[in-house]
Design a protein around this ligand. Structure first.
Ligand code: NAD
Length: 362
């Protein structure tokens, strides 16, 4: 989309392209804090989103990231049936060298001033310790350690949700959701990836693992009886399911033609490099794609549960609902012959617009 008024690439150009309710720029010279908090939509509830600390190459790049991520959170909450809106924050800086207690607490005070319209959680470059610092200044933070009444590490729940998404896709293609004997390549075996490998092994799936960290590949392969594969050869091999659990944009114009899998279902955010083009290409090629924000919602579900007094049982139940939600998306995609990511967007948008209408009534 181009703008007649704003210069392409400028801050106002980026803002004009989206429909965010609020974007707050936070700066503090004493601590060196430079952060952006984006509240995308609060129709369904307060905007929940992670705080990412990253060495962005430019402020424009940070803005673009926070706008995109916060919008995804709105869709994730909506399709998961959560009473939450979507938000995100980014802190510009090197999390290894620029982060201090004072910086995190100063940032926490900016969140406090938003009076609950934004609630944050851990993300890339931040930790439960950072959430503790934020908690010292405001109650609007989740993902604090279990010892402080928090929900702790969300990755086991995130992995459970991904497993549910995989099962729903397998059911769609093969008529049964059993994973015994199905081959799954898990790319990226960090927090979520390892938990997923564990769950897949318990389902008797044939698991392949790859990562840029070869030492970790060997270790995880041995621990779970999985087969190690070279990261750069993942698309040369044939699997039933490709589970991207590392970085985004691994599904793109270069990789789709090489893919031999029947299903793509993983935890990574923003798996499609271009939502419109690559969603359509997958549909044409007959590869079933489980929309990323739908099946990786376990992390958000974990934080959501923390807000109302954490219960592991209830959280697992909510993560298990991802199975049914995925089935609904796949059905719509099939009936209307539209890409699955498009079907998911439409379902999420409908829930938001329906609730918006009833909020305006007596
Ligand atoms: P992590 O940092 O613990 O693990 C990522 C793994 O990917 C690491 O082992 C890393 O070495 C590997 N990796 C990095 N670049 C790679 C590449 N180019 N090729 C192959 N492997 C590569 O991260 P995580 O918490 O497991 O999250 C994984 C993905 O899932 C991320 O995209 C994250 O945004 C998303 N996600 C995580 C959660 C959660 O609860 N942690 C929830 C929802 C979504």
């Amino acid at each position: 989309m181009s703008s007649k008024v704003f210069e392409e690439g400028s801050v106002f150009y980026e803002l004009s392209k989206c429909s965010h309710q609020k974007v707050l720029f936070c700066s503090d010279e004493d601590t060196g804090l430079k952060a952006i908090i984006a509240v995308h939509d609060t129709t369904l509830g307060p905007a929940l989103g992670g705080t990412r600390m990253w060495k962005y190459r430019s402020e424009a790049e940070a803005l673009k990231d926070v706008l995109r991520l916060s919008r995804t959170m709105t869709y994730k909450a909506a399709i998961s049936g959560l009473n939450l809106g979507g938000g995100q924050a980014v802190i510009i800086g090197d999390s290894r060298t620029d982060k201090t207690e004072a910086l995190m607490r100063r940032y926490g005070r900016f969140i406090k001033n938003l009076n609950g319209s934004f609630i944050t959680a851990e993300d890339l470059g931040t930790s439960t310790r950072d959430m503790e610092y934020i908690r010292m200044e405001t109650e609007y933070v989740t993902g604090v350690p279990v010892s402080l009444g928090g929900s702790g590490d969300p990755s086991p729940i995130a992995a459970k949700g991904v497993l549910m998404g995989i099962k729903a896709c397998v059911k769609e293609l093969y008529g049964t959701d059993t994973l015994a004997g199905r081959s799954v390549a898990v790319q990226g075996i960090g927090h979520v990836g390892e938990n997923l490998v564990h769950l897949l092994r318990d389902e008797n799936a044939k698991v392949y693992v790859s990562d840029i960290n070869e030492e970790r590949v060997a270790q995880i392969a041995k621990k779970y009886g999985a087969q190690a594969i070279a990261n750069n050869s993942i698309f040369d091999l044939e699997f039933d399911i490709y589970a991207p659990c590392a970085l985004g944009a691994t599904v793109n114009s270069e990789t789709i033609p090489k893919m031999k899998c029947a299903i793509i279902a993983g935890s990574a955010n923003n798996q499609l490099a271009d939502e419109d083009e690559h969603g359509r290409l997958l549909l044409e090629k007959g590869i079933l794609y489980a929309p990323d924000y739908l099946i990786n919602a376990g992390g958000m579900i974990n934080c959501y549960s923390e807000l109302s007094g954490y219960s592991k049982k209830r959280t697992l139940q909510l993560a298990e609902n991802i199975y049914q939600a995925t089935r609904v998306v796949l059905k719509k995609s099939k009936e209307e012959n539209i890409p699955t990511n498009k079907a998911a967007d439409m379902i999420a948008e409908k829930r938001i617009s329906d609730i918006k209408k009833i909020k305006g009534s007596y």
